[in-house]
Design a protein around this ligand. Sequence first.
Ligand SMILES: Cc1cc2nc3c(=O)[nH]c(=O)nc-3n(C[C@H](O)[C@H](O)[C@H](O)COP(=O)(O)OP(=O)(O)OC[C@H]3O[C@@H](n4cnc5c(N)ncnc54)[C@H](O)[C@@H]3O)c2cc1C
Length: 461
Amino acid sequence: MENVNADAINNLKAECRGEVLLRGDAGYDAAREIWNGMFDRKPGIIVRCVGTRDVMNAVTFARANKLLTSVKGGGHNSAGNAVCDDGLMIDLSLMRRVHVDAQKKVARIDGGALLGDVDTETQIHGLAVSGGGIISHTGVGGLTLGGGFGWISRKHGLAIDNLISAEVVTADGKLVTASADENPDLFWGIRGGGGNFGIVTSFAFKCVAIGTEVYSGLIVKKFENAKEYIQFHRDYVRTLPDEMTAWMVVRHAPPLPFLPGDVHGKMVVVVPFVWLGNEEEGKSLIQPIQEATPSHGEAMGMNPWTGWQAGFDALVEHGARNYWKSHHIKGLSDDCIDEIIAFGGAMPSPDCEVFIPHMEGAPSRVPVDETAFSYRETPFVLNIHTRWQDAADDESCMAWARDFHAATQPFAKGVYVNFLSEEGEGRVKEAYTETVWDRLVQIKQKYDPENLFRMNQNIKP
Ligand SMILES: Cc1cc2nc3c(=O)[nH]c(=O)nc-3n(C[C@H](O)[C@H](O)[C@H](O)COP(=O)(O)OP(=O)(O)OC[C@H]3O[C@@H](n4cnc5c(N)ncnc54)[C@H](O)[C@@H]3O)c2cc1C
């Protein structure tokens, strides 16, 4: 790296237990890869940390040499912030330990762990961490710092609502604890404010007992009845107990074994669900969904939690091109449904999907000023997940997402920071209320006054 003294790099190598990689080194290209194939950035240096001291060394080095710095957790964020051009990438992907204290129901999780790592270890004891998302190769780090929701968060809360404490390396290279008792301002900020305030090397989460199997499944609805079904769904799911989570995905049907061959590739409305309770009760709550409008097929039963949590992974493997546009939705009015059907029916590629999770429940009962996650009361999220393979299709695919997003803006209120693309400061602000934003700016000023951590949905000091 031309602008950094070779001796300084050699010192960094000597100090770190993990690898320090430069362009051309073995492993450099694999380490800079992230989930979204749109980004092919080449950092000047990659520090593959294996422990907290490596993270502290890397932060100190970045600051001393005034390097643009990115932090890679699971590398999943669609905005591509985990990797930078020319600067220093602090790669946490070797830090994936999960330790579960089954008696205390507490999981200590390294900052680079993936959701699948957490399920693997917590399920030994029939436990789970609520708010972990729905794809097992997503990183705990980025997901948690933005909020974190998943199949059981209606019952047990967002990831941040279950966070007890975090070990954070701040911009001055020091390690601090953030919890209700220690540095409570930092603890408030990292619960929704993203990676703006430091690098979390370890999270401590409360676990919940869910057993090792859940009643869960998929119902695949015919797209020709989409309006009628979505009208039913928007009202029905809001009557369900928090133990039941039923979402909607508008997409082309994947080649699921329970669907007739001629349905594969057709537009459908998929209704995946998870029920935390006894199977018979779950069946009776699902029956109205089955009966609402005609289905192409369905599959449901008691499924192993770890299997269910990884069940959709193959639909969103690494490497494809992705562009997300998203917002929280105040309600699925008939006009909003018309837009979803019109744009949904005109998807520019067979890999796109419109993901509409229902969010209400335990997260909405947490007082809104308790964390930096601002929009707890909106019932639905609308995530326009544009996904395609060929760079030649970039413009048409992104234009579809932007137009769809603009058409549904009248029904929106705020956005989930973790679902933002690179959309500028104005959009980041839309993830927060004004009061929350002002408080986040003050915390940023205190913990990162020079904005070292700016490869993220940035809050400027
Ligand atoms: C296929 C897919 C499915 C998803 N499903 C869900 C879901 O069900 N629920 C949900 O809530 N979200 C979901 N998300 C969104 C997800 O929460 C974000 O993409 C999140 O940023 C991923 O975190 P990461 O660590 O993998 O990403 P990265 O790209 O590595 O990091 C994202 C941001 O967080 C920062 N960061 C990461 N780790 C740390 C750390 N330890 N300390 C400080 N900063 C850190 C990075 O610097 C970056 O700015 C999904 C995303 C994808 C791609």
